[in-house]
Ligand binder design. Sequence first.
Ligand code: UD1
Length: 416
Amino acid sequence: MGKFIITGGNRLDGKLCIESAKNAVLPILAGAILTDEQVVIENCPKIKDVLNMVKILSSIGVKTVFEGNTLIIDASGINGYRLDSTLTKELRSSVFMLGALVSRMKKAVLAYPGGCNIGLRPVDIHISALKSLGVKIEEMGGEISCNAENVKGNERCLDFPSVGATENAMLASVFADGETIIRNAAKEPEIEDLMYFLVGMGAKITGGGTDTVRITGVKKLNGTQYKPLCDRIEAGTYLIAAAITGGKIELYNCKAENISSLIHKLRNNSCKIRIKNDIIYLKGGDSKKAFNVETSPYPGFPTDLQAQIMSLAAVSEGTSLITENIFETRFRHVSELNKMGANITIRGKTAIVSGVKKLYGASVYAEDLRGGASLVLGALAAEGMSVINDICHIERGYAQMDLKLSRLGASIKKIE
Ligand code: UD1
């Protein structure tokens, strides 16, 4: 499963270019099967979730080639609509193949998706959105079977603004007869990005990134070349890394407005932050102050940065309250941070973080992607050596984290 060995205490200092967003790339890869023509994805991060999605595409006859960081996809030979559980259990985003296969093959059979163990993560909202388009769905023996001979545009108000369900409904309706309206849609920037990608292929979509997305069905989509949006969660993680070590960092290829909720918290904590075009400069301070965070759908504070900001709260003076409103069991990093000397207790949906002067090196386990990142951040700030076990979870969403942190001055070594 791999480990990072980190000796804490170095102040990070340097520059970093942010990758394209995992959460933008994954639905885009599903969308790439909607045409027989070539789709080229620039700046595609080689993280495990992306490589697993590529495996899923290959399993149904889609050709994929990486040329450096450019991924070339050719779905002209697509020959299957069934994905088995050995593939889908590796990542939650396999669920995007439902909408994409329904559009392309008129059929889809998929074992329930896996992914990070951070809550119940049902797919009921995805399924009801597809049903409202006329897709016939049966759930049996751990599989979801879709039959989509007569897909018709319809209006649907989602029970909750689910990111994945909004994207799945967009993918499923690009060829539907007439107009589809998704109300109470999620507003995450990655949804707007999926819209731009599909529009580049010839789809008719408006409102991506707002609470109402409108899709008018077209007959055919064409190939495209696309550079997905930058990764606001990767950017946020490295900003917190610089903040927690009292260091400084220049991040390139960023969209600061997509993480304004984080920037606001960091400024109040201790950091000086300047933004110029696509660059964010951060200088961490020495007297870090407690803060409160409540996760909520975009533009609120992202659940995907909750664990990382908790590491900063752990070494900030005073008591911080961190409330997780999106996922039920997204506090699995807490016991591990406490092994490093943090003082965190959980009451229901809220973690009460009593800031300590110092964290100490410890052997800890990454239980999920972002929780794993929070342990790396804790270890960077801790006195002495830490071992972060099971980094396979971290590598699902962060490309070359060890190399990037080393270049910024951290003492970090990866053991396969
Ligand atoms: C996406 C992101 C993930 C992020 C999350 C919330 C991708 C690939 N992943 O995940 O990184 O943490 O948004 O910002 O973009 N829910 C249901 N039924 C459903 C669907 C969702 O009850 O059918 C619940 C979930 O269990 C969760 C909440 O709704 O409690 C939000 O989930 P959702 O927005 O769908 O997250 P994902 O698309 O899985």
